[in-house]
Design a protein. Structure first.
Length: 168
């Protein structure tokens, strides 16, 4: 399990890829939400979201494994292969909160369009939190930290604009 900023649990080696995977997972999550056909319903969209991120995780992990093999010029050990796949897990974990929001909304009978808008809002909030935390951990302060956070948030705003362009 990873923290909201994509960092690994205490005691595990830190990985830039894990942090990047979490941020990338939130962007893919927002993209799926923005493009999701309203007629699918909230539960099916949540499943589509999880499935899409699983495919991205597998593809990204495979690409990293092949790239590592070319750099190493040897076969990877079983431990190295597991690490490559484990480093990408935050990409999938990023969709869990928006996915739970979608399922909860379905249980409550929320309209699909409204439910997607709320999940996109949650995703935007998560992007802002991740941007703030990653900026903080990297040592940014003041306007640089705020600017970095806002840049993460702008990714979420762009996804909301994409949804509006697709569905309105």
């Amino acid at each position: 399990m990873t923290a909201l900023d994509g960092s690994p649990p205490k005691g595990e080696p830190d990985s830039a890829r894990r942090r990047a995977a979490h941020l990338y997972g939130l962007v893919v999550t927002g993209s799926v939400l923005a493009a999701a056909p309203l007629e699918l319903g909230l539960v099916r969209i949540a499943l589509l979201l999880l499935g899409t991120l699983a495919v991205y995780w597998a593809a990204e992990s495979y690409a990293h494994m092949i790239a590592a093999r070319t750099v190493l010029r040897r076969s990877m050990t079983a431990h190295e292969r597991r690490e490559v796949f484990r480093d990408g897990v935050p990409l999938i974990a990023a969709c869990l909160i928006p996915g739970v929001v979608l399922v909860g909304e379905a249980v409550l009978g929320v309209d699909v369009g409204t439910g997607i808008d709320i999940a996109l809002g949650v995703n935007l909030a998560m992007l802002l939190v991740v941007g703030w935390r990653m900026s903080s951990v990297s040592g940014m302060t003041g306007l640089t930290r705020i600017g970095s956070t806002l840049l993460c948030g702008l990714l979420g705003v762009a996804l909301a604009a994409l949804k509006m362009g697709l569905h309105h």
